[in-house]
Design a protein around this ligand. Structure first.
Ligand code: GSH
Length: 202
């Protein structure tokens, strides 16, 4: 399988999950600074112009959550067996996709939602507040510790970890959230995370 990714983006969650699953893949690194995601060659792969995209022999997959679920189907140890715990994993993943990632995108991608320059500044200024509120929620309601679902590392951990690497740049003092901070440290110790860091992807 071929994974289209870009440095520092949510696509690295897929790389971490693939590493955790022990699955081999061919990474294709897009240069966002050069706008590679907007070029016809990539739009033919993913018309949304976003990463990740995972190319299989039989299908092209997009959307981080969907790709992670596919990896989970190949590596069931990354999904809780208990139905309620599995739903809690997905609760975290949907929250990351629909809220945390969207909050973060208001910093640099304001043109998705508005046209006026003044709107962009306003959206950017709000990011520390919305990201901090998300962290407060994650701290109390989501992360059981050390991983999202406690001792078992699941798909949600790869997903959340990449989003946490954005927090300092988004103006959040992560040390104010001890459970979240310990989660980040636990993830940093994983061979999967060391590998993507060594590759320069985070
Ligand atoms: N809903 C998509 C969002 C993917 C997404 O927005 N990725 C960002 C990087 S974090 C991207 O490719 N941005 C490129 C752009 O906006 O030009 C998912 O979860 O996979």
């Amino acid at each position: 399988m071929k994974l289209y990714l870009a440095k520092g983006t949510i696509s690295i969650a897929v790389a971490i999950a693939l590493e955790e699953a022990g699955l081999s893949y061919t990474p294709v690194v897009l240069d966002f600074a050069a706008g590679a995601q907007t070029q016809p060659a990539y739009l033919a792969i993913n018309p949304k112009g976003r990463v990740p995209s995972l190319i299989l022999d039989q299908a092209r997959l997009t959307e981080t959550g969907a790709i992670l679920e596919y990896i989970g189907s190949l590596a069931p140890a990354l999904v809780p067996q208990d139905a309620i715990q599995a739903a809690k994993m997905r609760e975290a993943m949907y929250y990351i996709a629909s809220t945390l990632h969207v909050n973060h995108a208001h910093k640099l991608r304001g043109q998705r939602w508005a046209n006026e320059d003044a709107s962009f500044a306003d959206m950017r200024a709000k990011v520390p507040e919305t990201m901090r509120a998300a962290c407060a929620y994650l701290e109390v309601e989501v992360i059981q510790g050390p991983f999202v679902l406690g001792a078992q590392l699941t798909l949600a951990d790869a997903y959340l970890f990449v989003a946490t690497t954005w927090l300092a740049g988004d103006g959040v003092d992560v040390t104010a959230f001890p459970t979240l901070y310990a989660f980040m440290a636990a993830m940093e110790a994983r061979a999967s995370v060391r590998k993507v860091r060594a590759a320069g992807w985070l």
